[in-house]
Design a protein. Structure first.
Length: 360
């Protein structure tokens, strides 16, 4: 088994990155980021393109120096330390394999640079390939492997040097959907087995939720919320986080009354009850979020009603768009075999538990 290094914590203190563009001048890619990655945890930087997540990862790796702030790995200030002296493994989006080397040669490269003996090379590379499910592939060339197998080679090459920190830059984006699901499970299993402190970058929220101990959601160069996947989904701190972690209906409403820890809101004449959560006084406008799967759609009766606009059958679920108080609700119903037939134009009643309506 590959020898485990003691997991190292990562700390970013006020880290910023400014790029110079010939036409636009100075562009701030990362803005005063503070971040603590616990030893042995897998933390994901999640956000849309251009939010600063890859730039942050590259600064942790040492590929790019920050324009401000400090980076520490295992308590050591590495802000200006070269990448090859930071004790990290890096898995690139495009695999970055040497096409002229065998799989054994690709995985062994980092050990050769470190002047390891032939016996050490043989043992460590063989174990790394076994760990990623590529035992017996050592003599093949990269072009003889599938995309998923090449990504496993890149992973083996990163872990064979026994790094204290493992970094991933959108490693699954070049794979098809089914293979992505399989590979993310393998990465998570390997990370837990080796207990390597890991920072993982992706724009895929489902991928982030599936593999992470914690997720740092980034927007415009800042971390806007950092928490577990469940906490981010259930208690998003902003409309941006609510919309990026899963799907959410964002509704404009007016506070009608507040009493005994509960609040009545009005949405275009439709009434909903929710927990007050320190809500403003009656008459004030508010925004609330409701997850599509938390809404029950039933035949028209008492209570809030809407009109079905579209119905989309997707096998394991049916998705509806429903006009509700002059706004549009997305609703998901699972187990469609048990689904009532609600068609466009039907008036339906909606059941929304008060605990599933949250103030933004």
């Amino acid at each position: 088994m590959i020898e485990r290094s003691e997991p190292a914590g990562i700390c970013l203190e006020g880290v910023s990155a400014t790029m110079q563009d010939r036409n636009r001048g100075a562009i701030v890619a990362v803005r005063n980021v503070d971040l603590d990655v616990k030893p042995g945890e897998l933390l994901t930087l999640l956000g849309p393109s251009g939010c600063g997540k890859t730039t942050t990862l590259r600064m942790i790796a040492g590929f790019q120096e920050p324009s401000g702030g400090k980076i520490l790995i295992a308590g050591r200030d590495v802000t200006h330390v070269p990448a090859n002296q930071r004790d990290i493994g890096f898995v690139f989006q495009n695999y970055a394999l040497f096409p002229h080397l065998t799989i054994f040669g690709n995985v062994a490269y980092g050990l050769q640079v470190r002047n390891k003996s032939a016996s050490e090379l043989q043992r460590a590379v063989t174990e790394a390939l076994e760990l990623v499910g590529l035992a017996g592939f050592g003599e093949r060339l990269p072009n003889e492997l599938s995309g998923g197998q090449q990504q496993r080679v890149a992973l083996a090459r990163a872990i064979v040097i026994r790094p204290r920190v493992l970094l991933f830059d959108e490693p699954l984006s070049n794979l098809d959907a089914k293979l992505r699901v399989s590979m993310r499970g393998e990465i998570r299993h390997l990370q837990r087995t080796l207990k390597i402190t890991t920072v993982y970058v992706t724009h895929d929220q489902e991928e982030a939720m599936a593999i992470s101990d914690r997720i740092a959601v980034m927007e415009a160069g800042r971390i806007v919320q950092l928490d577990t996947a469940e906490a981010l989904y259930r208690r998003p701190g902003s409309a941006f986080v609510a919309g990026f972690i899963g799907r959410a209906n964002l509704l404009r409403a007016t506070v009608e009354s507040v009493r005994d820890g509960r609040m009545m809101i009005d949405i275009g004449g439709q009434k909903l009850v929710m927990r007050s959560e320190g809500a403003p006084a009656p008459g004030n406008p508010v925004s609330v979020i409701v997850r599509p799967e938390s809404i029950a759609i039933v035949a028209s009766s008492s209570g809030p009603t809407g009109v079905v606009r579209t119905r989309t059958y997707l096998g394991d679920k049916i998705e509806y768009e429903v006009t509700f108080g002059g706004q549009m609700l997305n609703i998901v119903r699972f187990n469609p075999a048990d689904d009532e037939e609600f068609l466009p134009g039907d008036t339906v009643s909606l059941r929304i538990p008060e605990t599933n309506v949250r103030l933004v």
